[in-house]
Every structure is written in structure tokens, then in C-alpha cells.
Design a protein. Structure first.
Length: 329
């Protein structure tokens, strides 16, 4: 066998090994979900499991949660093809592919019109948008083709957090809004073209997830109005943090709520954030490759102990980073 072919098969089998989990004796869906930083409900949906108690030893579970795309039939001219997922979860990122010859195409979704670049566009459904049918419009040369996406609910649990009195001032609404806007401005800038070519790596070497994406949150006994916008890795101060994919450093500075923060811009409207770092090792404008050191875990800003908060946003909308480790949208 040619060496490159062997390398190809090795890569494929590694990817497959990460994409699935074979159920071992004594394992529960809850334990497996916890191990991979996902939820029982997400695994149930992905593997069409009606009753989580009916798990068989040796059963192979799919772990990667990227939605399957479907080609739409009978399109009006000038559209030649439109490919999109018909079913998605709240908080999930997805890709649409659309072609209308050489004509420029725009997609309207959730009240925002996005230009399509090279036939491809990434979008995300916000975590707190209600389940149901969502309209998506494809526009080219004055022709509008409307399709529908079904968004399904994902239960991700609740978490009540109590902040020490000296950190409570960080919850002031104007401060939260100003800092969020700063991050969103950075995410909206940066390169247009997609900089990554492979599934994303983990930003830390140890898989110790302490909070998954999408958990509803209450602070100091208040209402569950917000949710966790990323993944938390509970790791000791000083643990190295690496870029998970190629990008440009859009922000590298100390923020009140997010602490020492880094934002990477990855193109196609995607950015990733790293909060509460003890140390930052990159500068704004710097190009990074997957695996480059960008900082160290810490507990700066609105944090109750050393951890890395890691998030991915698509056009500013926070999305679950977990599926990106297996296959990007
Ligand atoms: Zn977090």
C-alpha cells in the first residue's frame, strides 16, 4: 500500500474512533454524556434512542452532533443547488451551501441578511430561541426562495452560582453590555475567508469539563435568564492554552468580567474566546496556527476558581464547541 494511502486510512480510523463510543458493561448514557461533555438528550437525539435505559453493551454511539444537510428539490432559476440541514438543535451552528451560477447570493435568517461567499455560509441558532419552524430566505437576482428549518429543544440543565461580594459589582448591566459589545465588535471584524481546513483541536490537553455549553444560569438567587455560552475546563492555574484552529488574534487584553481574555478570528464570521487567563502570550494582529500557545489558565475576572472558559461564536451567536472537535459545521 502507498504510504500516503496508509496515512489516509490511519487518519480516517482515528477520526472514526473519536466520532463514536462503544458501550461497555456498566456504562449509562448519563456517564457517557458526562465523559464527552454532552447531554443524555443530545446523545438520544443523535442516536435515536427512545429509552436511555435500553443501552446495549457493544452498541456504537455517534458523538458528533453536526446536523446532516439535505439538498432541496425543484429550485427556481437562477438557483442550481441549495443544501441545508432541515433539523437542528438550539445553540447549534450549521452551514448552508447555495449556488446560483455566478450570481451573488444573500441569505436572510433571523432578521439579518448575510452575503454568501464562495457558495458557503455559516449560521447558528441562538440557545434561547424557542423550538419550532424557522424561515430562511435565499436571494439571487431578485428571486427569493424560502425554506424552513426545524429547531428542536435541547435540555442542558440549570446551575445556580453564588459570587463573593467583591465580584458582584461585575454583574452591573452597563458593564456587562459594554464588554459584550467589545467582544462582538472583534468577532464581526477579521478575515472573511475560512482559515481552518480540519476539525478543531481542544484548547487544553486535559479533558476536564466542569460546565457544558447551554446550561441555564442564575447568579446569587436571581432568575435563570442567562446561559453558559461556552465550555469550562477546570484546570490548575498555569495550564497551557492552545489555539484550536488557525486564526488571527483580534483581542488580547484584560477585561473586567472576562478577565485576561483572548479572542481569535477564524474567518467566515467565526471567532473563539478564552477567558479568565492568568497570562496572555499573544498580541492583537498576530497570526496563529492550530496548537500555538496563546495563554495560560487562571481565575481572573468574574470567576470562582481556576478554569478556562472557551467559546465559539458564529456571527456573534454562541454555539456549542463540542461538535467542532469531531467535525466542523
Ligand atoms: Zn464558562
Amino acid at each position: 500500500m502507498h504510504r500516503w494511502l496508509l496515512a489516509f486510512f490511519t487518519l480516517c480510523s482515528l477520526a472514526l474512533a473519536q466520532n463514536t463510543h462503544t458501550v461497555r458493561p456498566g456504562e449509562t448514557l448519563y456517564r457517557i454524556a458526562k465523559q464527552y461533555g454532552t447531554t443524555v438528550e443530545a446523545l438520544q437525539q443523535l442516536n435515536r434512542i427512545r429509552d436511555p435505559r435500553q443501552l446495549r453493551v457493544g452498541q456504537v454511539l455517534r458523538l458528533n452532533g453536526q446536523p446532516e444537510r439535505t439538498l432541496l428539490p425543484s429550485l427556481p432559476a437562477p438557483f442550481t443547488s441549495i443544501e441545508l440541514p432541515l433539523r437542528l438543535a438550539q445553540g447549534q451552528a450549521f452551514r448552508v451551501r447555495v449556488n446560483a451560477g455566478d450570481l451573488p447570493v444573500q441569505v436572510r435568517f433571523l432578521g439579518i441578511t448575510h452575503p454568501v461567499r464562495e457558495g458557503s455560509l455559516l449560521l447558528a441558532v441562538p440557545r434561547l430561541h424557542p423550538p419550532g419552524a424557522y424561515r430562511i430566505d435565499f436571494q439571487a437576482n431578485g428571486v427569493v426562495h424560502t425554506a424552513s428549518l426545524r429547531v428542536v429543544a435541547v435540555e442542558r440543565g440549570r446551575q445556580s452560582l453564588v459570587l463573593p461580594p467583591d465580584r458582584r459589582r461585575l454583574l452591573a448591566a452597563d458593564l456587562l453590555i459594554a464588554e459584550r459589545n467589545q467582544v462582538l465588535r472583534v468577532c464581526a471584524a477579521g478575515p472573511q475567508e475560512q482559515l481552518w481546513r480540519a476539525a478543531w483541536r481542544r484548547p487544553v490537553e486535559r479533558e476536564r469539563i466542569t460546565a457544558i455549553f447551554g446550561v441555564l444560569r442564575s447568579f446569587n438567587g436571581g432568575p435563570f435568564r442567562s446561559y453558559h455560552e461556552g465550555l469550562d475546563y477546570g484546570l490548575p492555574t498555569g495550564t497551557p492554552v492552545y489555539a484550536p484552529a488557525p486564526g488571527v488574534v483580534g483581542l488580547a487584553e484584560s477585561l473586567a468580567v472576562r478577565g485576561n481574555a483572548v479572542v481569535l478570528q477564524h474567518g467566515l464570521g467565526v471567532c473563539s474566546g478564552y477567558w479568565h487567563l492568568s497570562r496572555i502570550t499573544v498580541r492583537p494582529g498576530q497570526r496563529v496556527n492550530a496548537g500555538d500557545l496563546i495563554g495560560h489558565v487562571g481565575s481572573t475576572g468574574l470567576s470562582t476558581g481556576p478554569h478556562l472558559h472557551y467559546e465559539i461564536r458564529v456571527h456573534g451567536v454562541p454555539t456549542d464547541p463540542m461538535p467542532w472537535y469531531f467535525r466542523t459545521p
